[in-house]
Design a protein around this ligand. Structure first.
Ligand code: TYM
Length: 332
């Protein structure tokens, strides 16, 4: 365990997760857990930057843990924990805030997008979100951070903050690298393939939620927007709809894009969309069943979280005390 490189990632327990989250994040974690010292957190502190229903947030926290495990993330191999259970996240965030410029935060694409969508609640947390994310990663000295394309900018800023601190106060943090998958780093909306598939999309027909039942999944795929022409070819520029469906199929069927293209050579759009829908539904059904089973055993889930928090606190505490020393905080 000690000589393995550290890998860190997290998901917010908000809304319903989509297959974008599954493909862009959890699916990759499955292979990575064998070779890295993995920390996977449930980012509930990030979640409250947008107003949440407290009872729902609590329920979704546990549901996300159950989902991690149901997808095959092994709590014996990985540290699974809830962000708010480890106070060092908020503490390091505060220190890192003093190494981050307001202008940098104002320029973050996601901050600008969310400010438009939540104009009535542009709170400091929303702006500070990337700094908390940097604290998450840097506390564990993570070398790699597997995320989807939409997190690239946040990862860049985490690297900048780490380097800035290291330059000012001698090397302290590992400078993390993003791990982006070639296929599936950005799953797009089924109704508007120019946009990423999102948990909070206005049109629910564009997103496949991990909680959707078989009929709903197939119906949504049947309605998915395709492109002119009739060829099933991967070409994101001129065929964004078909390419998105091919990416989804390739990940869910564990086939390369080329294999998928030749499988659907000469097949019509209607049959193609049905096949993608059935493949996704077949893959998700056992995950959904396992998640429900796990959710019925709250005691087990709490045990996992307790063990995870203890382990995370130990690692995070080590980094935080190093930081406090370097920054000049008097220690007793
Ligand atoms: P979140 O909860 O928005 O998304 C979780 C993960 O899913 C990926 N993702 C996608 N991938 C492909 N296609 C899509 N349509 C799609 N939509 C979402 C995201 O890129 C992400 O990997 N700030 C983070 C959570 C976080 C975090 C961290 C991540 C908090 N601290 C530290 C890494 C390291 C977020 O909001 O992800």
């Amino acid at each position: 365990m000690e000589d393995k490189k550290v890998l860190y990632s997290a998901i917010q327990p908000t809304n319903n997760l989509t297959i974008g989250n599954y493909v862009g994040a959890i699916k990759n974690w499955l292979n990575l857990q064998e070779n890295y010292d993995c920390y996977f957190s449930i980012a509930n502190m990030h979640a409250i930057t947008v107003r949440q229903n407290p009872a729902e947030l609590r329920q979704k926290t546990l549901a996300l843990l159950a989902l991690y495990i149901a997808c095959g993330i092994d709590p014996e191999k990985c540290c699974l924990y809830v962000q708010s259970h480890v106070p060092a996240h908020a503490e390091l965030c505060w220190v890192l805030n003093t190494f981050t410029y307001v202008g940098e935060m104002e320029r973050m694409t996601q901050f600008k997008d969310k400010s438009l969508r939540h104009a009535e609640n542009i709170n400091m947390g929303l702006m500070d979100y990337p700094v908390l994310m940097a604290a998450d990663i840097l506390l564990y000295q993570a070398q790699y951070v597997p995320v989807g394309e939409d997190q690239r900018q946040h990862l860049e800023i985490a690297r900048d903050i780490a380097q800035r601190f290291n330059n000012a106060l001698t090397p302290t943090f590992t400078v993390p690298e993003g791990l982006f998958m070639k296929v599936g780093a950005k799953i797009n909306d089924l109704q508007d393939p120019s946009k990423k598939m999102s948990k909070s999309a206005e049109n629910p027909n564009g997103s496949i939620f991990l909680t959707d039942d078989r009929d709903t999944i197939i119906r949504k795929f049947k309605r998915a927007v395709t492109d002119s022409g009739s060829e099933i070819k991967y070409d994101p520029m001129s065929k964004p709809g078909v390419s998105n469906l091919l990416s989804i199929y390739s990940v869910f069927a564990d086939k390369s894009i080329a294999e998928a293209e030749s499988e659907f050579n000469g097949v019509g759009y209607g049959d193609f969309k049905l096949a993608v829908g059935e493949t996704v539904a077949d893959r998700l059904a056992p995950v959904q069943a396992e998640q429900a089973k796990l959710l019925a055993d709250k005691e087990y889930l709490n045990t996992v979280l307790k063990k995870g928090a203890e382990r995370a606190m130990k690692t995070a505490g080590r980094t935080l005390s190093k930081v406090y020393k370097k920054i000049g905080f008097y220690q007793i």
